[in-house]
Design a protein around this ligand. Structure first.
Ligand code: ADP
Length: 501
């Protein structure tokens, strides 16, 4: 530890040097201010022990001159001037201590110098961190203001000057209300007051979007966060604010575009739906005619035609029957629309639906000796007719695409957060996983078209029903391993228990 003793009295200087050296300090002595300044400029000094009365400088000025040269070096005043005003002034301006000659013993001088160095280290670290914080605040993209208990501004950064057009010198001491338009000031003050009154906590944060006013009078939206900090038996407030004019414009523009696109989509969906409906209707007319006349032809030519011609008429009738099935499936598909608005009112018990589906498929089930295991199923927010369609398409496929063994079908449902996950597992021929998505497309058929009857519309209809209720449908399968069809549906409200089972 290197100390500079600045003392013009040779006896006292020698005395201080010996006493401090004995305690292990490296001591340098200067007898004038000029000499002290030379030392400070040349050498690294850890602490200065300073007499204020020197041949070339006297009183508090001596201290100021030393500070000017070495503001970072801690200074302990050691003087014969027992003047309280000077002592306070020196301490206020950075002196680490003010000792009176004759009153302070050797030990206390030594200890004072040690403490001065440590205190100075802490102060330097504090100043550094304050400076760093200041730089951060000044470079912040957000406007920053701190306020006292009465919301009078105590700090105001660069960005605040830019955002509100108010200089720091103008802002300090004024109420934060200067950033609000006149007609909104009372309302904002009341809101902030009510918010903080309601909270007992020491640090509270309030975030909101407000209309602010620039000094030039124009109003603009800001996002503001106000903190309250409890300090020294009182509150202080800090606020970060950001001009969100640009963000609002972008959001509004985005919303407008989404709205436009949604309208366009709704419109073209409706057009498509209408088209499919009309086309299917119109197609049915000539089809019925072909069907009717082919039937008449079959009856009127009974036993009159050769074997080939009879077969040809059968082909015509088969074809028309298939065509009719296809048209009806397309019509059904196009009639499924999202019905979010009524979802709250629908509650269909899946147990009853399964009973009805099993009745519809009773003949096939008996024919192929199928076994079904069905869990207790929930209530869902889906219309009855659509649910029948959904379950019937999947179960009839499980029966249709059976393997050599008699079909075994397991139906379960489990609750996720706010929907039900259904699974329908079979032991049939299975599906190559690479077609797992494709089978839900319209007219997609994987297996022999002559071996298995069908339109390729069943799963497309299932997908549309599930999707129109916000759910998902997929299949897990391997060839020869059976299929598990999984789908989610929204839980419906039961009268007794609210949601679900
Ligand atoms: P389809 O009228 O042909 O049965 P779907 O849309 O119901 O039409 O099914 C599409 C295709 O998915 C079927 O043609 C079939 O190849 C395959 N598929 C559907 N369900 C099963 C199943 N449980 N097991 C094996 N393949 C299936």
């Amino acid at each position: 530890m290197r100390v500079l003793v600045v003392e013009d009295n040779p006896t006292q200087s020698t005395f201080a040097r010996i006493s401090l050296q004995r305690r292990g300090l490296d001591v340098n002595c200067a007898s004038t201010l000029d000499e002290a300044i030379q030392y400070l400029r040349r050498d690294t000094i850890d602490v200065v022990l300073l007499d204020l009365s020197l041949p070339d400088s006297n009183g508090i000025e001596t201290f100021y001159k030393i500070r000017q040269i070495a503001s970072g070096v801690p200074t302990v005043v050691f003087t014969g001037l027992d003047d309280q005003d000077i002592a306070i002034e020196a301490l206020k301006n950075g002196a680490q201590d003010y000792l009176i000659k004759g009153l302070a013993g050797d030990d206390s001088v030594f200890r004072c110098l040690q403490y001065a160095i440590e205190r100075n280290k802490v102060e330097v670290a504090l100043r550094k961190s304050e400076r760093r914080l200041r730089i951060i605040l000044e470079h912040s993209y957000d406007a920053f203001a701190s306020m006292d208990n009465h919301f009078n501004i105590t700090d105001w950064n660069n960005q605040a000057e830019k955002t509100f057009g108010i200089k720091k010198s103008e802002a300090l001491g004024r109420s934060l209300a200067i950033i609000a338009p006149h007609h909104l000031r009372k309302q904002y003050a009341r809101e902030v007051d009510e918010f903080f009154k309601a909270s007992e906590g020491r640090i509270m944060r309030m975030t909101s979007e407000l209309i602010a006013q620039h000094k030039d009078g124009h109003e603009f939206p800001i996002e503001i966060v106000v903190f309250r900090i409890y300090e020294d038996d009182s509150y202080m407030y800090c606020a970060f604010a950001r001009d969100i004019t640009e963000r609002k414009h972008v959001n509004e523009e985005l919303e407008r575009r989404v709205q436009e696109r949604t309208e366009e989509l709704t419109h073209s969906n409706e057009e498509l739906r209408q088209f499919a409906k009309i086309a299917s209707h119109d197609l049915q007319e000539p089809l019925r005619a072909v069907q009717g006349f082919a039937n008449l032809l079959q009856e009127s030519t009974k036993d009159k035609l050769d074997k080939d011609s009879v077969e040809f008429i059968d082909y015509i009738l088969d074809g028309t029957a298939r065509m009719q099935q296809l048209i009806q499936s397309v019509l059904l598909h196009s009639n499924i629309v999202s019905r979010d608005e009524t979802i709250e009112d629908i509650a269909t018990d899946c147990n009853a639906i399964i009973e009805e589906v099993l009745e519809n498929l009773d003949a096939t089930i008996k024919d192929c000796h199928a076994k079904l295991e069905v869990d207790n199923l929930p209530v869902v927010a889906v219309e009855r007719a659509q649910l029948i369609q959904l379950f019937q398409n999947i179960i009839s496929n499980a029966l249709k695409y059976r393997d050599k063994a008699a079909p075994q079908i397991f139906i379960t449902a489990e609750k996720t957060v706010n929907e039900w996950l259904f699974s329908i597992r079979d032991n049939g021929i299975g599906i190559d996983p690479k077609y797992a998505d494709k089978i839900f497309d319209m007219f997609a058929r994987l297996h022999g078209k002559t071996k298995y009857s069908g339109t390729g519309m069943g799963l497309a209809i299932c997908k549309k029903i599930v999707n129109s209720h916000g759910g998902k449908i997929w299949v897990e399968s391997e060839v020869g391993q059976g299929c598990i069809f999984l789908f989610t549906l929204p839980a419906g409200k039961t009268k007794e228990s609210g949601n679900g089972k």
